[in-house]
Design a binder for this molecule. Sequence first.
Ligand code: MN
Length: 315
Amino acid sequence: MSVTDQGVVEAVECRSSESPAPVLESLEGREVHLGSLPVLRVLPLRQRRMVGPWCFVDRFGPLTFQGNLMDVAPHPHIGLQTVTWLLDGEILHDDSLGCETITRPGGVSVMTAGAGIAHSERTPEENSHRLDGVQLWIALPDATRNGNPGFAAIKRVPLLDLPGGKVRVFAGSAMGVSSEALHYSPTVGIDIELGPRGSLEIPLTPGWEHAILVLRGDVALERTELDSGHLHYLGTQRQSAALSSHDGGRLLILGGPPFPEKILMWWNFVARTPDELIAAREDWMEHRRFSEVKAYRGPRLDAPSLAGFRPRPAG
Ligand code: MN
């Protein structure tokens, strides 16, 4: 795969631009390719860089395949948590701490990069030939972003089986249940599966901002149909989200307090200054800071050239 296909190659300056009131902004995602894997990227977008601490959202699948679909060789991260959430299929994770896990539907994998970690992500040899899910990044706040790396595989997140549908909380707390995963600033990530003619009112924290990503089927918010190719930003000051579906649908709600710090993203790094990004790139290329992913046989990914490194002002 081409390294330029991976991560955010152009440096993107991100600052929260929360709406002081409820809104419904539907922002079109764009298709990118991770090797042979087509992905819909709905964060960061030119019009919106963050939702709470969430700073990156890739949607992949649903798709069926033969052989090995995903093979992302070892690559580094700093300053963020990755959150991998699957609806179908499986992903084998190996990292520089020696952690290995297979992420499966119903469980969540949370990798804390802190000052630096490297990992690979592959389709395991024994697999269902299907893949459907999201990979999300959460920016770490300044107080913890240079801390120790860590990895947590949670096999089963809380599930509420309600008359209108199923609610799974894969980050933070909602409706009285909490994910076990440790996060470093307030955040929420909820997967909602609405049955045919199903409806659910999901309570929200009014001071937080939220967004919806439709994963499957049809979903309406207060009778406005939401499509699956857009990130639907809800603004702040909402008490709840009234969701419904005709034939059944599935969606994510992501949210958190507007992130109080300006971040700078480049490739797989979240930092604050260009110098930090350049130093992390150099450390990766010189085999410093980031330990090797010993479980992966084959070359690691090279960092993209700095030629494309032009920090853009927040739009
Ligand atoms: Mn990664």
